[in-house]
Design a protein around this ligand. Sequence first.
Ligand code: NG1
Ligand code: ZN
Length: 533
Amino acid sequence: ASFRTVYAFAREMHPKTEKADIQYGTAGFRTKASKLGYVMYRMGLLAVLRARYKKAVIGVMITASHNPEPDNGVKLVDPHGEMLEQSWEKWATKFANVGDDQLEDVIKEIVNEFNIDMTNRVEIFIGKDTRPSSPSLAKSLMDGVLALSGKPVDFGIVTTPQLHYFVTCKNTRHAYGVPTEVGYYIKLVTAFKKLRGEEYNKGNYKNLIFYDGANGVGSKKIKIFQEQLGECLNVRHFNDAGIGTGKLNFMCGADYVKSTQSFPTGVPVEKNRRCASVDGDADRIVYYYVDDEENFHLMDGDRIATLIASYLKELLQKTGIDLNLGLIQTAYANGASTEYITKQLKVPVACVSTGVKHLHHKALEYDIGVYFEANGHGTVVFSQAAKDKLKEALKSEDKSETEKKAIERFLTLIDVINETVGDAISDMLLVETILHDKGWDVKDWEAAYTDLPNKLVKVVVEDRNVITTTNAERICTSPNGLQDEINSLVAKYSKGRSFVRPSGTEDIVRVYAEAATKEDTDRLAAEVAKKVY
Ligand code: NG1
Ligand code: ZN
């Protein structure tokens, strides 16, 4: 390929407009949409190089998730539907920050380093959220893909997890499913209907959920699910402002509900009604309700994870098959959830650093790995060996009819789950399936354990990177002495726990604290925050 077009295109149509460097972080690049044109062009180039290197389809998602509408962002999706491999993040950063006239040199550098065959024909799958800036950014991205003779395949407006699913399906030659939107709905909806059976209301479970689409792509897509699910799952849908009405994520959506621990606007308050909110690209979900006294109750990612893990454990016991099951959390998981899952459910828990790629990676070590961030991003992954074992057992004559029924249910459950990445709507279908099967309403679900009061504080400092951490970010290794100070503050409070870490997505330090009472929690958070300033 001639790299000359790369420079010409860059200079004429996508010149670098920003002087300041940007960094490919946990969520890819994310900033004001107006600053991203040239970054998109360059990510188009990088995606083609990555695809040629991997000899596979690479995905590119244009979204800024729960950020306000004027923001946008971009993240690359690797061949198996995972986030871009960490060792390539520095290449992404380099591509974004060099001058226009250095682009060709950087391409040559990466081609040499990885011995990339530049004659491969490759496809790049592109998806975008509903932000008004997304179509023009997609155009810049496609120019980058075309400049290196890659083939862009535009899926239009899709959720982040849908794009991950398409990439996985394509690269597994449809073994995971059909790489189209229709294929995605058919897979999930068929499995869900099978699990639900004929009886839609069961015990305390009422077949009605209020759904907050955050005025984003989660609103557009839930409509298609509603059509296909029919009476089977009764979803009443709110916050559907559509494209460009300026309300995306505004006082609604999963991030708003989780971080303010309050009810979103746009959803009518009905006492004891099961509600769920998704975020701006529909990869996160939280549940909540308001009780008779109008108190707000949040069922976050920890709560979803424990529900799923306990259910899978029970079902697994019924199959009579021995598979190992683990739950992956981060330091932000509520201490009460960790205690409940280890002591009562006796499911082993692993703690990893913040960022879905860490959780996903760890989850792959188990036959069944359930992972969730407290903010509602997560899914379940099953090893190929586990799937094979279940399918084999279904044919075996040693298995009883009851066991076979459980195995069949287990296999169907796997099809409701989008294993490629956290998927708000797939997670909702899974939670609804479990609550329905148990005949539970939110209150029964909530009764499992009581969350410890917790608080998350942002601290603005001159350089967030002076704070370094170890042990899944729970201990800080610098600045010197800070951890000792945190230890002595924590020791004053019953059930106290606190840690600090630099954010990977914002220029701040996060302080987390929990303790037995709300007053203690607030005090502990404030005291630790003071040590960070
Ligand atoms: P940072 O900014 O590194 O704390 C935040 C979330 C993560 C994850 C990423 C990516 C918290 C405390 N942190 O990371 O869980 O979702 O954004 O979006 O919620
Ligand atoms: Zn998101």
